[in-house]
Design a protein around this ligand. Structure first.
Ligand code: COA
Length: 390
């Protein structure tokens, strides 16, 4: 029986900052961000957007009367959690009107946890093929003003349904993992922005890639040449290029620009427009590949590398299913990205300076969110989510 991804959709905030605007303010050459880091824009959440609204907006197109009761598990992956106890997925379960006979849980391991969710979901479906699992990965990446990481901020959420005989992607059982206790990126509970040693993180990312690949090979995984396309965790898209060149060298292969573009290029488009979305980034890259690769990928094998600082890496593979293009949500995704509102530097600075109220008072937020769901306010420490216009 084949198990994997049956449907997938992503969402980012209704506002964005061009990185050329940030470069101008920071006195940097815009090409450093555009070429050196590989980013054009970053998603900036409005006051009434958070990881729950991003996630619910990403998942909404996937839910219908046919699968509403079949989804028996919701796995919410994030590293920008809004609560130490309650899983953010419980809000999503209500907002989407999912059945109440549903287990909901939140997973954390930096940018990696959606892959843990995918592997868990595959196990659940393999044991009981009638069930479906909804995975949502949602994050807001904040490094702070005037930090090296500032140009690699962003936000986004991805949602996908894992089931038996999937229409998009059959996930292979072979995988390779690597974990090591390192401090390349972390965010203590008392901080709103992440602490990161960016250069060290790049080195550890590549080490985790090599070790995960080795473990994947030991598990009987496909060879480098058998994989047609590759998706990588993308804290910034240049990282994907660095990673792919490294993997090629590890396998004694050469990687010129044309081959690099063919093997990973289509997977970078969306991330270049929204910035880092932490746990969602690998899977938004996957959507970008499936929707923007000019070739028909039916029957082709894809290699995926998931990385979460701290660190955990996992390399795994999947096969694209014939007819996958029929279920593409490309038009809606392009429309969502192109209708976002452009911010100037002051607008970005004002939104990113905003921190969630902590006093337990009654706070209501202006309606700015562009999606279907919004965070209307926080009252008595409780978040109030509504539909836009409600
Ligand atoms: N034109 C083209 N390229 C340029 C350039 C220009 N005018 N100016 C600089 N560059 C290149 C640099 O050569 C460098 O390329 P390289 O990495 O291939 O050597 C790149 O742009 C970045 O420049 P650098 O000076 O290294 O930038 P930085 O010190 O500001 O830091 C990051 C860049 C990515 C390390 C930083 O943004 C960061 O820490 N981001 C967070 C990363 C993260 O989230 N990691 C954890 C999760 S995996």
């Amino acid at each position: 029986m084949s198990v994997g991804i049956d449907d997938i959709s992503f969402y980012s905030s209704g506002m964005f900052l061009p990185l050329a605007t940030l470069a101008e303010h920071n006195g940097e050459d815009p090409d450093k961000y555009r070429i050196g880091i590989g980013q054009n824009r970053m998603g900036v959440p409005a006051q009434d957007e958070d990881i729950v609204t991003l996630a619910a907006n990403a998942a909404r197109p996937l839910i219908n009367d046919e699968n509403r009761e079949k989804i028996t598990t919701v796995l919410f992956a994030t590293e920008s959690s809004i609560d130490q106890s309650k899983a953010a997925g419980v809000y999503v379960q209500r907002l989407l009107g999912l059945g109440s006979n549903c287990r909901v849980v939140e997973l954390k391991q930096a940018c990696y946890s959606a892959t843990a969710a995918l592997q868990m979901a595959c196990g659940l479906v393999a044991r009981k093929p009638s069930v479906q699992v909804l995975i949502v990965a949602s994050d807001i990446a904040r490094y702070g003003f005037d930090t090296p990481g500032e140009a690699t901020q962003g936000c986004g959420a991805v949602a996908f349904i894992v089931k038996a005989e999937p229409r998009l992607l059959s996930v292979h059982a072979e995988n390779g993992c690597y974990s090591e206790d390192v401090m390349d990126f972390w965010r203590p509970n008392y901080m709103d922005t992440a602490l990161v040693d960016g250069k060290y993180s790049t080195i550890i990312y590549l080490k985790a890639l090599r070790q995960s690949w080795k473990n994947y090979q030991e598990a009987g995984g496909l060879s480098f040449g058998e994989l047609s396309r590759f998706c990588y965790h993308l804290p910034f898209t240049k990282m994907g290029e660095k990673a792919h060149r490294k993997l090629a060298v590890t396998n004694g292969e050469t990687m010129d620009e044309a081959r690099l573009e063919q093997q990973i290029g289509a997977g970078l488009h969306y991330n270049r427009q929204i910035g880092n979305s932490y746990s969602a980034s690998l899977y938004i890259g996957l959507v970008s590949l499936l929707e923007n690769d000019a070739e028909d990928l039916s029957g082709k094998h894809i290699g995926l590398f998931s990385y979460g600082s701290g660190c955990v890496g996992e390399f795994f593979s999947a096969t694209v299913q014939p007819g996958y293009k029929t279920f593409s949500r490309r038009a809606a995704h392009i429309d969502m990205l192109e209708t976002r509102q452009e911010l100037d530097y002051e607008g970005y600075a004002s939104l990113f300076s905003h921190t969630s109220p902590k006093d337990g008072g009654e706070h209501y937020f202006a309606e700015e969110a562009a999606g279907h769901f919004r965070l209307a306010g926080i009252h008595d420490h409780k978040r109030i989510y509504t539909e836009v216009g409600e």
